[in-house]
Design a protein. Structure first.
Length: 304
């Protein structure tokens, strides 16, 4: 019979440094194989993704863990952090079975992160998909790009140059990579073609199972059972389940109640108080997110 043990995140991260003590602490004299449940709730930002990556690193170094369930409720986030999420999950999936369970949403970068899982379990109310990229860029950066060329001596004509054409090219490149990753991992299951996948639509759980974005309807127990059934080192229900609890994270994405003023056909501006001028602000940032990234400054968003 499967036994459940809750392990706090801090202990698990420590285990990555000092060894697999945390996994054996609650075990019997003869350590049994286990399924580890790792949770990501909130945006795929640096803090959340780094925490999950540390947990997965500890799990990969522990011989008692035979499979992983990745419990996710995320609208996505910055592209760079979402890529880190995908790489951590993909590496883990190359070493042991990984089953994703969509507790609430796995949209945009949240879905990107779990797309390499061996199986994706959803609830009827789960939201998955929203494959696309949003660009965040300060209007002043674009407007001043031409004038700056006259103010600085550059080592090359493209050094630190920002313009709409370049932004669109980079966005399209990221979009192709995003869609290509989904097609690579889910292509055989999808009933949608590449163009339909790239249209950015999000789907509820039942529809996601029908079109191949997910594999079956179920709950966390379903995901645990499916992960155990895929593990070579687990026979029947003779295994332990370790549930790691994530640290609390403040959301950095706003999915509603946003005042958006449309400037032109390409995007809009989000108003707010100016950010701390002492902090370095990236002139251009790319998001894989279902909704509008929260910001405190006026930005232009180009929906992918």
């Amino acid at each position: 019979m499967a036994a459940y043990v809750v392990v706090v995140t801090a202990a698990l991260v420590t285990g990555a440094i000092v060894g697999p003590v945390v996994w054996s602490a609650a075990a019997t004299a003869e350590e049994r194989p286990s399924v580890a449940v790792v949770t990501l709730r909130g945006p795929t930002n640096d803090a959340n993704v780094n925490g999950v990556a540390e947990q997965l690193r500890a799990i990969r170094g522990n011989d008692s863990v035979e499979a992983v369930v990745l419990r996710v409720d995320s609208p996505g986030g910055p592209v760079d952090a979402s890529e880190e999420f995908y790489l951590a999950v993909n590496r883990t999936a190359s070493e042991m079975p990984v089953v994703a369970y969509v507790e609430g949403a796995a949209a945009s970068g949240g879905y990107f992160g779990i797309v390499s899982a061996d199986e994706i379990i959803v609830k009827p109310s789960s939201t998955v998909g929203s494959i696309g990229v949003i660009v965040q860029a300060s209007p002043s950066v674009i407007e001043q790009a031409g004038r700056q060329q006259e103010q600085f001596v550059r080592s090359g004509p493209d050094k630190a140059q920002i313009g709409i054409d370049r932004i669109r090219t980079e966005m399209e490149s990221l979009q192709r990579a995003f869609v290509g990753t989904v097609m690579y991992h889910r292509g055989d299951a999808l009933s949608l073609d590449r163009t339909q996948v790239a249209n950015g639509r999000a789907y509820l759980g039942g529809r996601a199972v029908e079109n191949g974005f997910a594999d079956r309807i179920g709950d966390l127990d379903t995901a645990i059972e499916r992960a155990a059934s895929r593990a070579e080192g687990i026979e029947g229900d003779e295994y332990d389940v370790y549930v790691t609890e994530p640290q609390a994270s403040s959301p950095t994405l706003l999915l509603g109640n946003v005042s958006v003023q449309i400037e032109d056909g390409d995007g809009g501006t989000v108003g707010g108080e100016p950010e701390d001028e002492g902090q370095f602000q990236r002139p251009v940032k790319y998001y894989a997110v279902w909704g509008v990234p929260e910001t405190n400054s006026s930005e232009v968003y180009i929906d992918g």
